[in-house]
Design a protein. Sequence first.
Length: 96
Amino acid sequence: MQQEISRRTRSALPRDLNQLHLALLRKWFWARKPDAGFLLEGFPATLLQALVFDEWLEARGETLTGCFAPHPLLAEPVATHYRTQGLLQGAFSAAA
């Protein structure tokens, strides 16, 4: 029983962290001035976060000017998402 609880707790953790990360950034995003530029490091870290962030930007009539990927730590689905939009820049922007 303890192993089952431990396994379920570990499997739920990334989703919970993903929701927490989105909640914190959502609060910041909607509180900032619309014309204020920004630089985010480590976000979006998942494709879900990238898609949600795209929705936020669209809702405010804003667009990204680029996504910088200095190393391969950017998740491949996220890199592909921004590469497809022509926004990915950096050392690994040409990786397929």
